[in-house]
Design a protein around this ligand. Structure first.
Ligand code: RIB
Ligand code: CA
Length: 278
């Protein structure tokens, strides 16, 4: 029986790899995408979600438009959110399923459902505050002693610190932080092996990293989080006492949080290459 999966997302280049990995993995049944502002505007993340699903042949998957907010990572993901290559995807004439994200979670989250949140946590926090319970919630975000937007804060948590705090305190998430995802680099060899429509999204992101490091690829943050939904146990976790401060930094606190801190990256990389090669 495939695991029901809902992804809350701000596509976004690594989001695109994560959504494709889910769509091409029989272990999970994609039940919906909920969109959020983040890498680019909500209009663009929602449009990208619809177009990615059209490209992946999954127009059966509803897209629900979620929270608006200030976008902030076009320098990494490109002005269109997909490295300036969104036009290479088929246009989608499909309408969104609606804009009631809390209602979608209430309707579609079953005791078996996994929700993976790979953008700012605004939608998830609103659902938690409305009494929605997530049986299994996996969150890409945060960094213990490391950030990518400030020295201490990771982008998803920085974009809405209050929401990230709510999720940490009420959501009982598995957190997949930069401490792990910074070791998960989709390098040029990986990008040459996989679906070139996806790889073609990475130009802006690669240039951004090449100007700041020796990296010749991208951090595939979001696909690492989705891999844990596909094959539970992919990520090795440890419990910490944490909280989120006003700047979005993950700090010591009083809330037990399961943190993914290790994986067999060579094995996970091979798994992703196999699933993402057409
Ligand atoms: O910090 C990495 C996270 O921020 C990823 O989810 C990426 O897509 C951006 O949203
Ligand atoms: Ca993302």
């Amino acid at each position: 029986m495939a695991i029901p999966l809902i992804i809350d997302t701000d596509p976004g280049v690594d989001d695109a790899f994560a959504i494709a990995l889910a769509a091409r993995s029989p272990e999970v049944e994609l039940k919906g995408l909920t969109t959020v502002f983040g890498n680019v505007s909500l209009d663009l993340t929602t449009r990208n979600a619809l177009r990615l699903l059209a490209y992946l042949g999954r127009t059966d998957v509803p897209v629900v438009r979620g929270a608006e907010g200030p976008s902030g990572a076009a320098d990494v993901h490109g002005e269109d959110g997909l490295g300036g290559q969104a036009h290479t995807l088929p246009e989608s004439d499909r309408e969104i399923f609606g804009d009631d994200v809390v209602g979608l979670f209430r309707e579609r989250v079953t005791p078996e459902t996994v929700v993976v949140a790979i953008g700012p946590q605004t939608n998830i926090a609103r659902a938690l505050d409305a009494g929605v319970e997530f049986p299994r919630l996996i969150v890409m975000g945060g960094g213990i002693g490391v950030g990518n937007t400030t020295e201490r804060a990771e982008f998803n948590f920085w974009a809405d610190p209050a929401a990230a705090r709510t999720v940490i305190r009420k959501g009982n998430p598995v957190v997949v932080p930069l401490n792990l995802t910074h070791r998960c680099i989709a390098d040029t060899e990986f990008l040459a092996k996989v679906d070139q429509t996806l790889s073609n999204f990475t130009g802006t992101y690669r240039a951004y990293l090449e100007n700041r490091s020796e990296n010749t690829g991208i951090y595939i943050h979001d696909a690492v989080a989705v891999a844990e939904a596909i094959v539970p146990g992919t990520l090795r976790t440890k419990t910490y006492l944490l909280d989120v401060d006003d700047d979005g930094a993950l700090v010591e606190g009083n809330h037990q949080v399961e943190v993914a801190e290790d994986c067999d990256w060579p094995a996970l990389r091979a798994f992703m290459e196999q699933r993402l090669s057409v």
